[in-house]
Design a binder for this molecule. Structure first.
Ligand SMILES: C[S@@+](CC[C@H](N)C(=O)[O-])C[C@H]1O[C@@H](n2cnc3c(N)ncnc32)[C@H](O)[C@@H]1O
Length: 252
């Protein structure tokens, strides 16, 4: 299981917040019970609690580091657990997941299983990155496949975990009274040295860093130098990072 570093993840909190807000504004109604699956540090879960202040809000994450950080936020039930094993006694009004379900496979089974835990009149709201063909993600796999690294991290590379938008539409439309699926490509304007590598250090590069231990620095140096070519700094010193994300909102 991937080790998470809450401080590194939160370095890009502002940019990571925007897609979560774009998802939240598409949720109708007044859910009384909300589960945030893969809640991480809990900052988005807290926003759900602010938007629906009378709701019972639960945040679930499999990373002890992330849940420890989330526990600093009051009035939310924080649960250390695996989304794949998540159960509830009765269906709930809102099953929410921002930037987490791409860490789990078999979406053709996972999404219908999560849908079954949504009450009649309730909502499933999901956002996942779909940037796996972009250099930020593809370069990790390319470098891992070179002779220098293949024995150490060749098996860390996995097939792109998020399918085409139409796949989710076809999978879910019979299970909901309405389903919306859409993609947005964000253009993040980043500052600082090697900002795309620093971004990935908090997420997509984590499994490689974990697997490499002491050799992670050398791997990240090679990754960073190739990212500098793929994402050259602009004349004003900023770096533009295009990032595609997929959204699903299903209403039962
Ligand atoms: C990129 S972070 C997103 C955190 C939060 N949802 C947010 O938007 O800020 C992904 C989170 O998913 C969690 N995660 C990944 N696989 C998981 C699983 N199988 N069960 C529970 N949590 C998982 C990770 O521990 C991590 O905290």
């Amino acid at each position: 299981m991937t080790d998470w570093d809450p401080d590194q993840y939160l370095r890009f909190e502002d940019q990571r917040l925007r897609p979560a807000l774009d998802l939240i504004v598409h949720i109708d109604g007044s859910p009384a019970e909300i589960w945030d699956l893969g809640c991480g540090t809990g900052s988005i879960t807290a926003l759900l609690g602010e938007r629906w202040p009378t709701a019972a809000v639960h945040g679930l994450d499999s990373s002890p580091e992330m849940i420890d950080r989330a526990r600093r936020i009051a009035d939310i039930d924080w649960v250390l657990g695996d989304i794949a094993a998540w159960e509830v006694a009765a269906p709930v009004d809102l099953v929410f997941s921002n930037a987490a379900l791409h860490w789990l496979g078999e979406h053709e089974l996972l999404l219908p299983r999560l849908t079954a835990r949504v009450a009649t009149g309730g909502t499933l709201a999901v956002q996942m990155p779909r940037n796996f063909a972009a250099p930020s993600h593809a370069l990790l796999a390319e470098i891992a496949a070179t002779p220098r690294w293949i024995d150490r991290v060749g098996d860390v590379v996995r097939p792109p975990p998020v399918a085409e938008p139409a796949f989710y539409h076809d999978l879910l439309r019979a299970l909901f009274s309405s389903v919306e699926v859409w993609e947005t490509e964000y253009l993040h304007c980043l500052t600082g040295t090697d900002p795309v590598a620093e971004w990935a250090r908090g997420t997509a590069a984590r499994p490689f860093i974990d697997a490499l231990g002491d050799a992670a620095g050398e791997f990240m140096e090679e990754y960073s130098s190739r990212l500098r070519v793929a994402y050259p700094p602009r004349p004003d010193g900023t770096t533009l990072f295009a990032f595609k994300r997929l959204f699903i909102v299903g209403r039962r």
